[in-house]
Design a protein around this ligand. Structure first.
Ligand SMILES: Cc1cc2nc3c(=O)[nH]c(=O)nc-3n(C[C@H](O)[C@H](O)[C@H](O)COP(=O)(O)O)c2cc1C
Length: 163
């Protein structure tokens, strides 16, 4: 079965969110879009952690690479973001600010190391005219290089069956 009305949109820095996004894509057989900033982040993980510490309070946005997708085609947008300092990444914030997702169903998922913070609240605030529902918190171990899930695969499968 092909899901023409669903689109997965995600950003990933160290790969976790990509793993989940591609897993959902395989299960739902729907379209997928990876967002990228025009100027890539440093490959020095600790530097990015330190520099992004004020991401949340500063409402940081940045320039995104142009997307060649007609969002109006989709009724449901599954949005995946890593958690950066207790909220969404600037890439996802920029996408949500720049695109009108009114009247669509938004299903957010966040990958993180156990500190979700106000990630889903910020998404809801940025999409006041969308139906934000079925949000999913997906936890990986704190060693980001390990790519190891804390959240069970069964829980993820159950969530995907319901979106
Ligand atoms: C700048 C930065 C800030 C982070 N802040 C948090 C945080 O507030 N809470 C948390 O649980 N994990 C935090 N992490 C860990 C990531 O959310 C987690 O490893 C996530 O799964 C990474 O997704 P990605 O591999 O798709 O980039 C942070 C990582 C980075 C790089």
């Amino acid at each position: 079965m092909e899901n023409n009305n669903k689109l997965i949109v995600y950003y990933t820095y160290t790969g976790h969110t990509k793993i989940i996004a591609e897993y959902i894509q395989k299960k739902l057989n729907c379209d997928i879009l990876e967002l990228k900033p025009v100027i890539p982040y440093s490959t020095d993980y600790q530097k990015v952690v330190d520099e992004e510490q004020n991401n949340s309070s500063s409402n940081e946005t940045l320039e995104l690479k142009k997307i060649n997708v007609d969002l109006s085609k989709y009724e449901e947008i599954i949005i995946g973001s890593p958690v950066w300092w207790y909220t969404i990444t600037p890439v996802i914030r920029t996408f949500l600010k720049e695109n009108d997702l009114s009247n669509k169903k938004i299903i957010p998922f966040a990958t993180n190391a156990g500190w979700l913070g106000h990630t889903f609240e910020e998404i809801k605030k940025l999409c006041p005219n969308s139906n934000v529902e079925n949000e999913m918190n997906i936890v990986f171990t704190t060693n980001y290089e390990e790519n190891k899930l804390v959240t069970s695969k069964k829980e993820i499968d159950n969530w995907i069956e319901n979106i």
